[in-house]
Design a protein around this ligand. Structure first.
Ligand code: GRF
Length: 188
């Protein structure tokens, strides 16, 4: 199976997915796609020798990206720190084959604008005693698709947003590749 990973930032989850499936005969990360020319994921893709496609908003809105994914025989689209809403033509082209990871326990701290640091600041401000990660199917709305997997971790009263983020990334790096593999294995 061919995976395409979309990222807008550092790309540590993208790197974990590439590494995890490197010697797999089940799947491989065939493409990394990015909407941010200064994203760290660009350097990671070069180092990992994975083709990287950089695109802008008008290209993303056109059929260009969908056509590219189809030309590359992509089977699953994995969002790993990708910050734009997925347009309906892309959702329609990959029914139940687009998944996302969100750094909180959805439905809490989800939706437009709730990404990265803002999520962890809100968790700390709300004095939450736990937070976690959510892996879910993607539809046309931010963070609203069916939930596939969640894992949680304790948040203490002295945790900073950075501390919370770090706990989440540990779980993301452990679970995201395993959940993707499980989905691929269960696929009819
Ligand atoms: C992760 O925290 C992920 O949950 C969120 O964005 C962050 C991406 O981190 N969607 P990275 O770019 O994979 O390092």
């Amino acid at each position: 199976k061919n995976l395409a990973v979309f990222a807008s930032g550092s790309g540590s989850n993208a790197e974990r997915l590439v590494e995890y499936f490197k010697d797999s005969d089940l799947a491989q990360v065939k493409l990394i796609l990015c909407n941010n020319p200064s994203a760290g994921v660009i350097q990671r893709a070069e180092r990992l020798n994975i083709p990287l496609v950089l695109f802008n908003r008008s290209e993303f809105k056109s059929d260009k990206i969908v056509d590219l994914l189809k030309e590359n025989e992509i089977d699953w689209v994995v969002l790993a720190g990708f910050l734009w809403l997925i347009p309906s033509n892309l959702v329609a082209a990959f029914p139940n084959k687009i998944i996302n990871i969100h750094p909180a326990l959805l439905p809490k701290f989800g939706g437009k604008g709730m990404y990265g640091h803002f999520v962890h600041e809100a968790v700390v401000e709300n004095k939450e005693t736990e937070s976690g990660i959510t892996i879910h199917y993607v539809n046309e709305h931010y963070d609203e698709g069916a939930i596939i997997f969640q894992a949680s971790y304790p948040v203490t009263s002295i945790d900073t947003p950075e501390d919370v983020a770090k706990k989440g990334q540990v779980l993301e790096h452990k679970h995201f590749p395993e959940v993707v593999e499980k989905l691929l294995k269960e696929e009819i």
